[in-house]
Every structure is written in structure tokens, then in C-alpha cells.
Design a protein around this ligand. Structure first.
Ligand code: SF4
Ligand code: SF4
Length: 326
């Protein structure tokens, strides 16, 4: 079974480890527990150690003869896209109040010798720290410039099923240039992650049409993003924008697969069904990670059956509920 088959059958649960999540140990734990729970597609940071960690996670729980039913994706993003930026605390402005550290679901803010600093490899760019630092305004963001022609070919050799471009930007030509590089270096499925924060509905569809023009039918996933990395809460409202984006894509009747993401949670698939929105799969990140956070945080997680099974029970409820309604 290939990636297209699970999309065609609407049986795709994509666990988003976080495009910016460079914590390989955490990725191994997340992939192991969610693969065991029934997730079949995994979104990873574009780093060799992270891809290898995900493969180790699969090796732990999936027999070799079933591995062909599990798919890995790496994500890259264009400069400024929230998925690939990293927070940075400006020391001179910081009042050391600690509010940002409490707000960070990734536990990516540490206090060292009295100063608060961002642990880069754990930061996923969600912006929660910036939102809470209203008085001092001490949080800014940086995006590392990467050359996709150099970055991607060595990673593709690890047997990736797809590559994803986060293109939450109004820089149409910049996004198109990155997309074309991905087209050139990879002949498998490409995924384009878009939301409507920078694009009107017509522009959104025009961008998709332009980007898929030279690609075979149904070789592209449109990841219909709502409010990126806002799904920490399990509310209908959080998931609303992702479904609205999916609805617009669906109504354009394009030869693409549609996945919802960005604010997705346990309500997403059910709500899509209620509103007659076709989604071939659901990608869940913040919410999926948050509900097993206390277990995953343990150093002995992969060796402690009680901790692993505790997380597994919670993860399985989310995966089962999602696949049931798709
Ligand atoms: S919330 Fe702002 S002022 Fe407070 S510790 Fe964080 S960066 Fe510093
Ligand atoms: S709150 Fe979000 S953006 Fe800020 S440090 Fe944590 S993960 Fe990074």
C-alpha cells in the first residue's frame, strides 16, 4: 500500500512532530507511540538525525513486513513561515518574569544563570511566548536560510514518501521558486501547506492551480491549514479555520488530496463530516503532542511499559476517533 492508497481510502492520520521540532529523542518517542496507536504518516523536521529517529521509532513497534504501510514526510518552509521560525529572547528587553516559559507547551524556554533563553531544537515557532510577553516585547523570531538543493537530496535517500512546503506567505514568487526546487529533486508526492492569513480565497486557489500545473494528477497534497499550531485546545472553534480552508479547496474540484491541519484536534474529523467536507486525512500536531506530554517527558518512556501504555491509550483514542469519522 502506498501513501496515495491511504489517502484514497480516507484513512490517513498524520502525526505532526513539528517542522521545527529538532529534538530527535522526542520524535522517536512520538513516532513509536502514535504508530502503535494507528497513525500511518509522520511529519518531521528536515534533519537527518530526526528522520533516523523516526525510523527507530517505527522499528520499535512495527514489524518489518508492515513497514511499507507507514510513511515519512519532511517539511521545509519559506522564510517567515511560522512552522520554520524560531523564537529568540532579546536579553536587554527581558524582565525575567518567566511567563513565556510557563506558556511554552514545548518546554523550549529555559532559565540559565538567571536569564531566559530559547532552546532552539525544541522551539516550533508557535508564538505563544510572544503573545504573553506583551509588556516587555522581548520575543522576536528568526528563520534560518536553507538551500533546498543542498538540504533535500541526502534526506530523500532515507526513503521519504513525501516532501512538504509550508508556504504561509504572500511572497508568491519566493514560494514558487522553492516549490520548483522540490519538484526537481523529488519525484514522489509533494505537499503544499497553505492557510488564508496571507491569501484571499481566489488567490489561494490560483496559487494551488499554478503550483500543480506541471504535476501528475493526485500527486500533490494540499495541507489545508487553519491557525497553525493553535490546536492545543480540544474545541470546535480551534479547528474551524482548517475546515474552512479545506472546504474552499474541495469546492475548486482540483486533482489533489486534501489534509486538514492547523488547530486540528479530536473534533476535526467529526466536524468535517457534519459539514460535508471531504478530507482525505487529518494532520494533528500540537493537540496530539499535548495529550501525552506528561508521559513523553519521561527519560525512561521507551523502556517503561506503564508509561508507554498510558500514552498509547490516549493516543489510540485520538487516532480511532479521527479515522472513524473520516
Ligand atoms: S515573558 Fe518576556 S519578559 Fe518575561 S521572561 Fe519571557 S521574554 Fe522575558
Ligand atoms: S512558545 Fe512556541 S515559539 Fe515560543 S519558545 Fe515555545 S515553542 Fe518556541
Amino acid at each position: 500500500m502506498g501513501l496515495s492508497d491511504i489517502l484514497k481510502k480516507k484513512q490517513c492520520f498524520k502525526l505532526v512532530c513539528g517542522a521545527g521540532n529538532e529534538d530527535a529523542q522526542e520524535v522517536e518517542k512520538l513516532v513509536a507511540v502514535y504508530a502503535k496507536a494507528g497513525a500511518n504518516y509522520f511529519d518531521l523536521s528536515a534533519r537527518e538525525d530526526v528522520v533516523l529517529a523516526a525510523q527507530r521509532g517505527l522499528d520499535r513497534v512495527i514489524p518489518k513486513n508492515k513497514r511499507k504501510n507507514y510513511f515519512l514526510n519532511v517539511s521545509v518552509g519559506i522564510s517567515g513561515d511560522p512552522h520554520v521560525r524560531k523564537a529568540l529572547i532579546i536579553t536587554e528587553k527581558c524582565k525575567a518574569c518567566g511567563l513565556c516559559a510557563k506558556a511554552c507547551l514545548q518546554t523550549a524556554i529555559a532559565q540559565t544563570t538567571g536569564e531566559y533563553v530559547v532552546v532552539k531544537k525544541r522551539c516550533i515557532g508557535c508564538g505563544a511566548c510572544e503573545k504573553i510577553c506583551t509588556a516587555a516585547k522581548a520575543v522576536t523570531f528568526v528563520t534560518e536560510n536553507v538551500d533546498l538543493k543542498v538540504l533535500l537530496p541526502p534526506l530523500i535517500k532515507f526513503g521519504l514518501s513525501s516532501l512538504e512546503l509550508h508556504a504561509v506567505t504572500d511572497d508568491e514568487e519566493g514560494a514558487y521558486a522553492q516549490w520548483n526546487i522540490m519538484n526537481d529533486v523529488f519525484d514522489g508526492v509533494l505537499s503544499l501547506c497553505l492557510d488564508r492569513s496571507h491569501l484571499g480565497d481566489k488567490q489561494l486557489i490560483a496559487r494551488i492551480k499554478r503550483f500543480i500545473a506541471d504535476r501528475p494528477e493526485f500527486s500533490t497534497i494540499i495541507q489545508a491549514d487553519g491557525a497553525p499550531m493553535s490546536g492545543g485546545d480540544d474545541r470546535y472553534n480551534t479547528t474551524l479555520q482548517a475546515l474552512a480552508t479545506a472546504d474552499i479547496v474541495q469546492k475548486a474540484r482540483l486533482p489533489v488530496w486534501v489534509l486538514t491541519s492547523g488547530g486540528t484536534n479530536s473534533k476535526t474529523a467529526r466536524m468535517a463530516k457534519m459539514f460535508e467536507i471531504t478530507a482525505h486525512g487529518v494532520a494533528i500536531g500540537s493537540f496530539a503532542r499535548k495529550i501525552i506530554k506528561t508521559y513523553i517527558g519521561r527519560d525512561d518512556f521507551l523502556k517503561n511499559d506503564r508509561a508507554f501504555n498510558g500514552a498509547l491509550r490516549i493516543a489510540k483514542q485520538l487516532v480511532d476517533k479521527t479515522l472513524k469519522y473520516l
